[in-house]
Ligand binder design. Structure first.
Ligand code: 5GP
Length: 204
């Protein structure tokens, strides 16, 4: 257990907004930051690995974990369950690691209610047409799923003002820099540094 707890951070944004790319770069540049690995019932996409991108499970297993109280939050999104296993997040935070939950807006809402000091960031695509072309370029979804994802994307964007911060993902490097700036500012908040007063004055 570390003296200082890690910061819990939510990153939301519509499908195709580039969350994975931004987070990969962020993790590569910051040793003290990890992304929580979610559990999902959706099928594995080409290029994905079980236990790296997600834990891919069936609906029965997922529902069992929920009923056992093992999930921090979960939501249904385009017909599949997605959820955050609780134990690894608690462990990382207790070890002073900053943890990013890459989750959709319903999950973000639940986490905000449970952790009032959570840092929440919304990754905004520069436009809907950029979003559509990013989803199509991925080439992993059929037309119906693409249409569903675009429809949900617009609903998600309308809820972006529930988040504390917004980053427009024009270029990955700028988005990563903005993310690092947010984390830095959050680390400097007095509410996270109250111990300094007694440390400096010598009072216990
Ligand atoms: P995808 O199928 O594109 O990987 O993810 C679909 C959506 O589910 C994305 O918006 C992603 O952020 C969200 N998501 C991934 N993991 C979780 C999770 O553990 N909980 C919730 N609530 N949403 C998640």
């Amino acid at each position: 257990m570390s003296d200082k707890k890690g910061i819990l951070i939510i990153l939301s944004g519509p499908s195709g907004s580039g969350k994975d790319t931004v987070l990969n770069e962020l993790v590569a540049r910051n040793d003290d930051l990890r992304v929580s690995i979610s559990m999902t019932t959706r099928k594995m996409r080409q290029g994905e690995t079980d236990g790296v991108n997600y834990y891919f499970v069936d609906r029965d297993y997922f529902e069992k974990k929920v009923s056992e109280g093992k999930m921090l939050e979960y939501a249904e999104y385009v017909g599949n369950y997605y959820g955050t296993p609780k134990a690894p997040v608690d462990e990382m935070l207790n070890n002073g690691i900053n943890v990013v939950l890459e989750i959709e807006v319903q999950g973000a809402d639940k986490i905000r209610k449970m952790y009032p000091d959570v840092v929440s960031v919304f990754l905004m695509p520069p436009s809907l047409s950029t979003l559509e072309s990013r989803i199509r370029m991925r080439g992993t979804e059929d037309e119906e799923t693409i249409a569903n994802r675009l429809f949900i994307a617009q609903q998600e964007i309308r809820r972006a003002d529930e988040f504390g911060y917004v980053i427009v993902n024009d270029t990955v490097s700028e988005a990563v820099e903005s993310f690092e700036t947010i984390i830095k500012a959050e680390q400097l908040k007095f509410s996270r540094n109250k111990h300094l007063i007694s440390e400096v004055t010598g009072n216990v």
